[in-house]
Design a protein. Structure first.
Length: 520
């Protein structure tokens, strides 16, 4: 490499201030310009690097927002289609037909290799269903043979065949019985007033009898009709008329005995071995309220409150339950002291299915999150179908094995936020961990389906009557619905119970409610 020559010591260039090779520029000015340009280039390079870093960060933010928007669109689509679920079987048939280019096979044209779909209805060989034969016949009507055919009007010949059948029907115009009660009074020195004696199945000084009142209450709290519909039914079918507001008076008449029976049902629920609890929305005078349920396979109780706090739940459940409490994951039940609590596995299955649909609706779903939702959903469904052993040792072994399977599925974290929150509910450090398999030790149900089915009548009633207008109306709905639902669970007729509440005592109504549990 050639060595650069240096000027001798003390050399001074005569063209320093005006060099002809630099078109008259001075060498010192050119050097300063060069240094300034070098500095500007360095600053511009730093600015470009900073801008490139900001651009990369913005691109990452845009990609993340695109993924979040995609998830939100998928979730919005799922929520929109949740109320109008398509027929998956028909959709699958149409898809197969489109892919094959032919119409979907049906009947004898189905391919032999494919399994036949199960026909609707009872299985083959099942005995036919028929109406039970009535125990008595009120009248027997003999009909002469026709002289002309009813189809072609041709003259007929007599035959020896006789056809007979039994037909049940109602009396279309029932007669209203109008009774006049003439009471002989007596003077009571203790009460210092005149008193009369009431007969059995009689309401003193009432213009409408107990049968009509109990029938109206039956239509109100069992059939879930509105007060105006009840007035129409009673007028058209039975020929008795009253204003819709009279039904409120019927409830007021039976309220005292019904309230005592209702409080007794609450005490029975609190001392049960297994208790289901749930809540749903209600409307009271245009304000949001809640219907609370507590019960089991024998007893049902309701309570309507404007609050969803734990204090409202304690009105039915009390402070302590010495048994298994089956609920969803709502934290309001944590304030109740229980021996054990079982979380509803059906809610967890539903949550895993929702997350799985959400991931499958995205363009690039996370594979680990999809695998977790699929496996945990299958395992929970298997747990719900398990047959619980009787021996305590076998129960412990079963719980240990099931928890191991749960830990294996929920071991690795996921990148999706909602799926990760759902996964943490199955970890040992979670508060919900001991509630996953508590039903095994207490021989209880793994789901809270009983409570949801018990709340369904009031949900339908809410759609019909749009809620209640006062606290007193909500209290009446809760009391009489508790008695009606308990009567259904006890397989006891409701109308005699309502009659006893109107004309008898609480003890008589209680005997009619638990008629199948009384000792012979």
């Amino acid at each position: 490499m050639a060595r650069r020559k240096q000027a001798p010591w003390g050399f001074k260039c005569e063209y320093k201030h005006c060099c002809p090779f630099l078109e008259g520029w001075s060498t010192q000015g050119m050097w300063h310009s060069y240094q300034y340009a070098k500095q500007q280039e360095h600053e511009q390079r730093l600015i470009r690097e900073q801008m490139n870093e900001e651009i990369n960060q913005l691109l990452c933010t845009v990609r993340q927002q695109e993924r979040e928007m995609e998830l939100l669109k998928a979730e919005n689509k799922r929520l929109h289609q949740q109320k109008f679920k398509p027929n998956k079987k028909a959709k699958r048939k149409n898809t197969c037909a489109k892919n094959s280019g032919h119409a979907a096979p049906s009947g004898k044209n189905k391919p032999k290799g494919k399994t036949k779909e199960k026909k609707r209805g009872a299985p083959k060989g099942h005995p036919p269903w028929s109406r039970p034969v009535p125990e008595h016949i009120d009248r027997s009507i003999e009909v002469d043979a026709p002289t002309n055919c009813p189809h072609c009007n041709q003259a007929t010949d007599p035959a020896e065949e006789i056809r007979s059948y039994i037909q049940e029907d109602i009396v279309w115009n029932p007669r209203v019985i109008v009774s006049e009660y003439i009471h002989h009074s007596a003077w009571c020195s203790g009460c210092n007033k005149s008193v009369i004696q009431a007969l059995e199945n009689q309401i003193p000084n009432a213009p409408i009898g107990p049968n009509t009142k109990s029938a109206a209450l039956f239509l109100r709290h069992e059939i879930k009709l509105s007060t105006r519909k009840i007035q129409q039914v009673m007028k058209v079918l039975f020929g008795i008329d009253f204003v819709p507001a009279s039904i409120m008076g019927f409830e007021k008449r039976a309220y005292n005995h019904a309230r005592e029976l209702y409080e007794d049902l609450i005490e029975k629920v609190r001392h049960s071995d297994i208790v289901h609890a749930d809540e749903t929305h209600w409307r009271e005078d245009g304000r949001n309220s809640y219907v609370w349920y507590a019960g089991n396979q024998q007893i049902a109780t309701y309570h309507i409150d404007q609050s969803r706090s734990s204090a409202s739940g304690k009105i039915l459940l009390g402070n302590t339950i010495e048994g298994l409490l089956v609920t969803d994951a709502y934290a309001g039940y944590n304030a109740i002291n229980v021996t054990a609590r079982q979380t509803c596995l059906a809610h967890l299955i539903r949550k895993s299915d929702e997350l799985l649909e959400l991931h499958q609706a995205t363009k690039k779903p996370e594979s680990h999150a999809v695998t977790f939702c699929t496996k945990i959903g299958k395992l929970l469904r298997l747990i719900c179908r398990l047959k619980i052993p009787f021996a305590k040792k076998e129960k412990e072994q079963l719980k240990k094995r099931l928890y191991q399977l749960i830990y294996q599925i929920a071991a690795e974290p996921t990148a999706h936020k909602k799926t990760e929150t759902f996964r943490k509910r199955f970890l040992p450090e979670s508060k919900e961990h001991p509630q996953l398999l508590a039903f095994i030790d207490h021989d209880g149900p793994p789901t809270n389906n009983h409570a949801e089915q018990s709340l369904r009548p009031l949900v339908i009633f809410r759609k019909i009557c749009m809620g209640t207008r006062s606290q007193k109306g909500s209290e009446n709905i809760a009391i009489f619905s508790s008695i009606a639902q308990t009567a259904k669970l006890q397989n006891a007729p409701l109308r005699p119970i309502l009659n006893a509440l109107l004309t008898g005592t609480t003890l008589e109504a209680q005997k009619k409610l638990f008629i199948h549990q009384q000792k012979p």
